[in-house]
Design a binder for this molecule. Structure first.
Ligand SMILES: Cc1cc2nc3c(=O)[nH]c(=O)nc-3n(C[C@H](O)[C@H](O)[C@H](O)COP(=O)(O)OP(=O)(O)OC[C@H]3O[C@@H](n4cnc5c(N)ncnc54)[C@H](O)[C@@H]3O)c2cc1C
Length: 71
């Protein structure tokens, strides 16, 4: 179903990735989750939204991943 926000997710639970009270995946300014090297973008991190927002978010996550890998 769309527009209901992120649901419970076994991968997120198993890895212990930090989430917001809404269920959205927490992230830093470069879209990295609470687990170093794991990034998130799109509806999983800000809830149901628009395609253009998910695209912009994906680009930001890609930049975050590139910066992380260059370290
Ligand atoms: C009915 C509906 C109408 C909408 N209409 C509009 C609109 O008119 N305009 C607009 O801008 N936005 C609209 N949206 C919102 C838009 O579709 C979303 O904001 C956007 O698709 C979010 O992109 P995303 O990449 O975050 O997630 P998604 O597009 O949901 O992509 C996530 C992908 O991950 C895959 N996936 C999930 N779990 C796994 C797994 N374990 N392993 C591998 N792959 C997995 C899924 O199959 C899916 O392909 C609409 C949404 C819905 C539900």
């Amino acid at each position: 179903m769309g527009f209901v926000g992120p649901g419970r997710n076994k991968l997120v639970d198993d890895l212990g990735i930090k989430t917001e009270p809404s269920g959205a995946i927490s992230r830093d300014a470069r879209n990295m989750t609470s687990i170093p090297g794991i990034f998130v973008a799109g509806d999983m991190t800000h809830g149901a939204s628009l395609v253009v927002r998910a695209m912009r978010d994906g680009r930001r996550a890609a930049e975050g991943i590139a910066a992380y890998l260059k370290k």
